[in-house]
Design a protein around this ligand. Structure first.
Ligand SMILES: Nc1ncnc2c1ncn2[C@@H]1O[C@H](COP(=O)(O)OP(=O)(O)OP(=O)(O)O)[C@@H](O)[C@H]1O
Length: 790
């Protein structure tokens, strides 16, 4: 693209140069009026010259003398200029020059296109020359007609072509001029000739015309009279009358023919046919420009880099001694097992150094892989990982942690060109790879992310890095977060940007969900949002959110038909294990549904868990989360659950992670963003003008709230009695108590509470407070249930 641009501008330069001098409006007024007046003066002088030119001949030689009194209306100057133009120049054709000067003045005054003016001058000058030769041809004795130039050119042409040749040449120039200037063609001449001959014929047929009128209006009595008169006097067969009538009908035709000389057949490029909506949207875009989703918060300022901290230990220092020592140990250990090495190369990363080994020919790779523990022992270091072979390279990699690891600051990854120039939909600067390159991925392409790691290994920091990346790159109109934080403290800072970036259920007070029970509603609401968005995409004939938004911005989708700009939605769950434990299937189903279907409509899930065990990360979840991040985990089994392979158990913690998107595994040092930094960013954003409310998700009417209270005794849950006992013993009417004690999901516990309310065991719903228990003890319960059955 860029190349193209420079090319076109280069080629068009010489063309643009001529009219490109710029004058101020005042200068234009001065120059324009000067030219207009000059044109008029020239005209006056020329007219005067026709009458006074002869008389002034003698005074021209005394131009400098004040005594000389020429008769020209513009005195000496007039006499001299007209002599110059008419007598010695082009003859009377010079009048055209005065016209051209006048026209130039008008063009400058009216700020009209100078390119057009240039054309006038070009053709005007040619006409002057042509006329000058023509007049020179006809008026050899009257030299002011053709001027000296006309005369000279004429005699020159006649010397070579003779009179006939010269006159034919003049005719040829005239035809050329008409053809180029007025696009006249041979057809035009034919038409003119045709029309002229027709006019001529009609001139000689006056009676026909008279006849035709009464026949046309044959109903009028007058017509009848004339008709009968005609019938009597002249014998014209009725057929002929009809012919005349028919000829009469296309009467306006001659007018069409007159137009034809200027008509040429130009083959126009056929423009693509536009539908009505295309036309309308093009007009709207022309009038108002593309739809700008950021317009409502047009003054929104993205957080600056200064809000992020710089660390001293950021730059990687090469410790030559350490490198040499590690190399020797690796070589020695392998030699002990009779493994020869052809070459060894080191790449130093922020936390680990990769030693790439090319073993001697004939050495089995599995042999080296089995020595992992032995090499770790000899290097006396944690977190040794052997990659045998490194995909895409014919080498074996041994990753050895550095003695002094360097912090990868969020600032350095955000400031990197890779991130700043990324054209991704949801770019995430995750950290730096082993070769110290900033690692940026598109969440929209993942399309969902599973994050696991033992406690304290950097999960929360990782989540903050993801959220920070998006805050630095996406406008509040473009992305919304749904934050689920069962730990209650990890994501609270983001509360400040609720009205900018967060999405919530219409009836909820807090945007960040800390109560597991509410998660189910939110997830189901997201499913509704997903279905709605699919419907919108279907109506707009788009395959994904990106196409849809492009179409909406181009004003091709009517908001009155329910269309709107769709922001991406990122759902973040900080502790998934906790959620699965308390709500089980009720969360798993909507999560799986979202994970399976939501990619095209811009809903992306990030799920983090401390416990990557199989009952948390089930088959369904795993199958739908191809992108995974593993921080350090405690066992090989956990590593296998999260990565489908070992490796995560050999990481060194503190943000050291393995990232996979289904194929190769990349070791990355996660960018570090501290709580004060997140606070500064959210403060900065939160202090700016916001939307009136958080982005509202569709309302979800849960099963529990739809249950009618007059539950049939026979329809009661089998755990009804147990639930009643739990509630009465604890004297606390809460669903979460039932969930805990009876190990139930939220929906079932909610349903039980409703049934208990219908039975009169607990009181009505009291907001955030637990319900009142209306039965004092188990004896009273027995009594109540017995009464029911009687
Ligand atoms: N990328 C990193 N670079 C440097 N240090 C880090 C990084 N990530 C985490 N740490 C260190 O590890 C500590 C724990 O990190 P974090 O709070 O993210 O762990 P976690 O996995 O979320 O733990 P939990 O599951 O208990 O909440 C941080 O306070 C920080 O000192």
């Amino acid at each position: 693209m860029a190349k193209k641009k420079t090319k076109t501008s280069a080629s068009s330069k010489p063309k643009l140069k001529a009219p490109s001098f710029k004058l101020s409006n005042q200068q234009k007024l001065v120059l324009g009026s000067f030219l207009v007046i000059l044109g008029l003066l020239l005209f006056i002088a020329f007219v005067s010259f026709i009458f006074t030119g002869k008389a002034d001949q003698s005074t021209l030689s005394e131009f400098m003398s004040r005594d000389a009194k020429p008769e020209n209306w513009l005195n000496k100057t007039g006499a001299w200029i007209s002599d110059f133009f008419i007598q010695r120049g082009f003859g009377v054709a010079s009048f055209i020059f005065s016209g051209l000067v006048f026209l130039s003045g008008v063009y400058v005054l009216t700020n009209s296109s100078l390119i057009k003016l240039r054309k006038h001058w070009f053709w005007g000058t040619l006409i002057v020359i042509w006329f000058s030769i023509l007049f020179g041809f006809f008026a050899e004795n009257l030299d002011i007609l053709g001027g000296t130039i006309g005369f000279e050119m004429n005699s020159y042409l006649q010397d070579y072509l003779g009179k006939i040749g010269t006159s034919l040449l003049l005719v040829f120039f005239l035809i050329t001029y008409l053809a180029i200037r007025f696009k006249v063609t041979a057809e035009t001449f034919k038409n003119i000739f045709h029309r002229a001959s027709k006019d001529f014929k009609q001139e000689f047929k006056p009676s026909d015309e008279d006849i035709s009128i009464p026949i046309d209006n044959d109903l009028s009595s007058e017509a009848e009279d004339i008709k009968s008169a005609f019938d009597l006097n002249v014998e014209i067969p009725p057929k002929k009358k009809e012919v005349v009538v028919q000829e009469e009908k296309p009467k306006p035709r001659p007018e069409v023919i007159i137009e034809e000389p200027e008509m040429t057949i130009e083959v126009e490029e056929v423009a693509e046919e536009l539908s009505e909506t295309d036309n309308l949207s093009n007009k709207l875009v022309e009038d108002y420009g593309q739809f700008d989703p950021t317009l409502e918060l047009s003054n929104y300022k993205f957080p600056s880099l200064n809000l992020l901290k710089k660390y001293e230990s950021e730059s990687i220092t090469i410790n030559q001694e350490e490198l040499e020592e590690n190399k020797n140990r690796i070589v020695d250990t392998l030699n002990n097992y009779k493994i020869g090495i052809a070459s060894i190369k080191a790449t130093i990363g922020p936390t680990v150094t990769l030693y790439e080994i090319v073993p001697d020919a004939g050495i089995r790779i599995s042999k080296i892989k089995n020595l992992e523990d032995d090499i770790a022992l000899s290097l006396s270091a944690l977190g040794i990982r052997i990659i045998a072979p490194i995909p895409g390279k014919g080498t074996i990699g041994i990753e050895v942690p550095n003695k002094n690891s360097t912090i990868v600051s969020m600032r350095s990854v955000i400031a990197s060109q890779k991130f700043q120039k990324s054209e991704m939909y949801l770019p995430i600067a995750l950290g730096k790879t082993i070769s110290n390159e900033t690692f940026v991925v598109d969440l929209a392409k993942m399309p969902h992310l599973l994050m696991a790691g033992a406690t304290g290994q950097g999960k929360s920091v990782g989540l903050n890095a993801v959220l920070t990346s998006l805050l630095y790159k996406k406008h509040p109109a473009e992305v919304k977060f749904v934050l689920v934080d069962p730990k209650k403290v990890e994501l609270t800072l983001f509360n400040k940007i609720e009205r900018h970036y967060l999405a919530k259920l219409p009836d909820s007070e807090e945007a960040i969900i800390t109560d597991n029970a509410k998660v189910i509603n939110t997830l189901n609401s997201l499913c509704i949002e997903m279905d709605n968005r699919y419907e919108m995409l279907k109506n707009a004939l788009c395959r994904n959110i990106a196409e849809y938004n492009v179409k909406f911005k181009a004003r091709k989708l009517n908001p009155n038909d329910g269309h709107m700009f769709l922001p991406y939605i990122v759902l973040v769950v900080d502790e998934f294990a906790d959620l699965i434990m308390t709500a089980g299937k009720e969360v798993e189903t909507p999560i799986a549904r979202l994970a399976q279907l939501a990619r095209a409509i811009g809903i992306h899930l990030i799920i983090a868990t401390q416990r990557p065990s199989v009952n948390v990360i089930t088959g369904i979840i795993k199958a739908n989360f191809p992108a995974r991040i593993a921080f350090r985990v405690t066992s090989k089994i956990d590593s296998r659950t999260i990565l489908d392979g070992s490796g995560a158990d050999q990481l060194i913690g503190r943000g050291d992670l393995l990232f996979t998107q289904g194929n190769e595994m990349i070791r990355i040092q996660c960018a570090f963003v501290d709580t004060p930094e997140v606070e500064a960013i959210t403060d900065f954003i939160g202090s700016q003008k916001a939307y009136p409310d958080a982005y509202l998700l569709p309302e979800y009417v849960g099963e529990e709230s739809g249950t009618s209270l007059d539950v049939d005794i026979n329809d009661r849950d089998i755990l009804f009695r147990d639930a009643a006992e739990v509630i009465i013993t604890a004297q606390q009417g809460s669903a979460s108590l039932l969930q805990r004690k009876l190990k139930l999901g939220y929906n079932r516990a909610g349903r039980l509470i409703d049934q208990l309310e219908a039975a009169g065991i607990v009181g009505g719903f009291e907001g955030s407070k637990a319900r009142q228990v209306l039965v004092p003890d188990l004896v009273a319960l027995d009594q109540l249930l017995k009464n029911e059955t009687n």
